[in-house]
Design a protein around this ligand. Structure first.
Ligand code: ATP
Ligand code: MG
Length: 525
């Protein structure tokens, strides 16, 4: 059976994984059963990137708001009617925690009647089979996958399948969701789902879409990896104008969004995780009037997304100004400034900077200067044994990097002069050989063989001179001594299993040939 907890652990980012732990702790303390659900499970199993964590609890998550905040999460939106809270977990991982519920659709176009339910019932109200799975995070059943509609099989078949024939009628936003997923994953709708989809389109079910669902679908565009493709597919199907009547692909800054996604990928490859959402929304609506943009923003439930989108230009201008000022007068200072800026701002400015100097600085930050960083450790550091094991290495390496960025330490003499004070003292003398099953006995033999071989200036403990107690000060070259002292032979014979001392292998010492040659014989005995 597949180990889904293991798969989850290796697929989530470290921040997402910590977020799972945080939500788990809060739910456990409140005595609520917790499941990872929806798209998070789909993406964990299928290998797609996991954009947000969808949790479901059996109980009311609205009661947990304070606990989440205390644990370090930020609450960005609350939907009372479906008892869902939207969170940003430490490290910027997005999550939502919903109450396990049933939804009864009584009137077309009216919100469903929501009732608390078990996780099994909850899975039945979901949109597609691949989204109707839950992974238990509870003691006793942790790792158990609930998959009542065989979503795993549809993941393998790469199919989008509704759970029942009334799915699109009950909630027409699923028509938009179906196309969004089809565009994202490049998967087709399953045959019967396609037939229902066509009928729903023909029957204009979409006219009954709830306003709140439109807001969700708009916000979902912000987190697509290829938003332009999704927008084009939605437009082709007639759904883009449902999200806003003036929305067409002509309203999109196509070059802007293409450059944005390319730079985002470049940053991801460098280990940053910029939240491109606000910038994506900015470019998707670039050619809208301010009023239309404001109308769209009003529809979005996640206020953090809206605020970041609203402020994006001002924040970018601020950063550009700083990049043109004294604060970024040298490459090293520019590096420090950009390293402390929010990755999303670096991303947005990389694509929108109007000043050539700003543009060039960000380009250097993302490309050329990385090569300087990768050239560390420079040979002189290795030579002087300045290795990552030293506690002061990270700071020193960073200082060296910044100096190199500024074109300092060009000559070898300069580099050695700078680095020498940081070189560690030469390594201590090699430790005494302690090998074999009875190292004490072996050392005894060695000590007996060469009582004079104790470390200079380090006599053995009182009253035990020349005995086994001298082990820590065993001779560095016991082998030749063993040959010289007949006592040693006796000792060695008496303990045939003792391996020859390894001193021969130590740097700076020649191997003790005789002992090495004798040892196999001894083993045969
Ligand atoms: P994404 O990767 O875009 O986050 P997702 O499938 O997780 O995709 P969400 O909007 O985060 O989508 O919703 C989480 C889960 O809630 C879905 O996987 C699905 O199970 C359920 N869900 C969301 N919207 C609907 C809907 N309109 N009808 C039924 N279930 C829905
Ligand atoms: Mg999701």
């Amino acid at each position: 059976m597949a180990d889904y907890i293991y798969t989850m652990e290796i697929r989530l980012t470290p921040d997402q994984l910590k977020g799972v732990g945080l939500v788990q702790d809060v739910a456990r303390a409140a005595g609520m059963n917790l499941y990872l659900t929806g798209g998070a499970i789909r993406d964990i199993i299928s290998g797609f990137s996991i954009r947000d964590l969808d949790f479901t609890v059996q109980g009311n998550p609205l009661k947990l708001q304070k606990d989440f905040e205390k644990a370090g999460a930020r609450i960005t939106a609350v939907e009372e009617d479906i008892r869902t809270i939207f969170l940003v977990l430490p490290g910027n991982a997005r999550a939502e925690v919903s109450m396990a519920r049933t939804e009864r659709f009584e009137k077309t176009g009216k919100p469903p009647i929501v009732m608390p339910a078990t996780i099994h019932e909850d899975l039945r109200r979901r949109d597609f089979t691949v989204n109707a799975m839950a992974l238990s995070l509870n003691e006793g059943s942790r790792g158990l996958l609930l998959d009542p509609f065989n979503g795993v099989a549809d993941l393998e078949a790469k199919l989008i399948r509704i759970l029942h024939n009334y799915s699109f009628l009950e909630d027409p936003s699923r028509l938009i969701r179906a196309i969004r997923f089809a565009a994202r994953f490049h998967w087709p709708l399953e045959e019967r789902t396609q037939a229902r989809y066509d009928a729903a389109k023909e029957g204009k079910y979409i006219d009954h879409i709830l306003r709140s669902s439109i807001g969700h679908e708009i916000a979902a565009l912000a987190h697509e990896d290829d938003p332009l493709n999704v927008v084009k597919m939605l437009e082709k199907e007639g759904w883009l104008e449902i999200l806003h009547p003036h929305w067409t692909s002509a309203k999109v800054d196509t070059n802007g969004i293409t450059a944005l996604m390319k730079t985002r990928q470049q940053m991801v490859d460098l280990g940053y995780l910029p939240d491109a959402g606000p910038a994506v929304m900015y470019f998707l609506t670039s050619h809208f009037s301010d009023k239309d943009v404001a109308d769209i923003q009003k529809m979005i439930p996640r206020k953090d997304l809206v605020e970041a989108w609203r402020d994006i230009e001002d924040h970018a201008k601020e950063l550009a100004k700083r990049l043109m000022g004294k604060e970024a007068a040298t490459p090293s200072r520019t590096w420090q400034l950009l390293s402390s800026a929010r990755p999303e701002m670096v991303l947005f400015l990389a694509v929108t900077a109007k000043q050539q100097s700003v543009d060039q600085k960000i380009k250097n930050y993302l490309t050329k200067w990385r090569q300087v960083q990768q050239s560390l450790p420079i040979p002189e550091m290795t030579e002087l044994l300045i290795t990552p094991q030293l506690p002061e290495y990270p700071k020193l390496a960073n200082d060296v990097f910044l100096l190199l960025l500024d074109g300092k330490m060009r000559s070898r003499t300069e580099r050695l002069k700078y680095l020498k004070p940081f070189a560690p003292p030469p390594p201590p003398p090699p430790p005494a050989p302690r090998r074999g099953r009875q190292p004490k006995a072996a050392a005894q033999a060695a000590a007996a063989a060469n009582p004079a071989g104790a470390q200079p200036g380090k006599p053995g403990p009182k009253g035990k001179k020349g005995k086994a107690a001298a082990v820590p000060a065993a001779p560095a070259m016991p082998a030749p001594a063993a040959k010289a002292d007949p006592k040693a032979k006796v000792a060695e014979k008496a303990k045939p299993e003792a391996k020859p001392p390894k001193a021969a292998a130590q740097p700076g010492h020649k191997p003790g040939k005789k002992v090495a040659a004798k040892s196999p014989k001894k083993k045969k005995k």
